[in-house]
Write a protein of this length. Structure first.
Length: 150
């Protein structure tokens, strides 16, 4: 059974400890694999993974990656899901704010960079959020195909 989790904490959770406790309850009730909410900071994911392991949550955790296609989308994710925008991503958004095609390419490149880093550090899997955009999915899959198989 799949379950959702939030590397930077559920927006309604009062703190990281209660968030991990709720997740532990899900796993103890039969959740056998977790998929994270999207995130843009891989270090936040690995700190979350460490907290899970410390709490005895030992099921696979797939990393949720979503390429940013617009500044509006980034702000919405930050506000709705409590996702932090790292300085590197903020610079990308600022640089290409008025160039939609360049921002789309930069967003895809940022996601690919995240995926390569996660895979090189042994992540259990990648869940790609593409918002029903097959072109974006195809570009990311093509760019990472040999890395995923390695």
């Amino acid at each position: 059974m799949l379950g959702a989790c939030y590397p930077e904490g559920h927006p309604e959770s009062p703190n990281a400890l209660s968030d991990i406790q709720a997740l532990k309850t899900k796993v103890d009730a039969g959740t056998s694999e977790l998929i994270t909410q999207l995130f843009f900071d891989n270090d936040a994911f690995f700190k979350f993974q460490d907290r899970c392991r410390f709490a005895g949550i030992n099921v696979p955790i797939e990393a949720g990656i979503m390429p940013i296609m617009s500044p509006k989308q980034a702000v919405r994710m930050e506000e709705m899901a409590g996702v932090r925008l790292p300085e590197k991503l903020q610079r990308v958004l600022a640089k290409f704010d008025d160039k939609p095609e360049a921002l789309r390419d930069a967003g895809i490149a940022y996601a690919i960079d995240q995926i390569v880093d996660l895979l090189s550090r042994g992540v259990d899997g990648i869940h790609l959020y593409t918002m029903d955009n097959p072109e974006v999915a195809a570009r990311i899959i093509e760019a990472t195909r040999n890395i995923i198989r390695a």
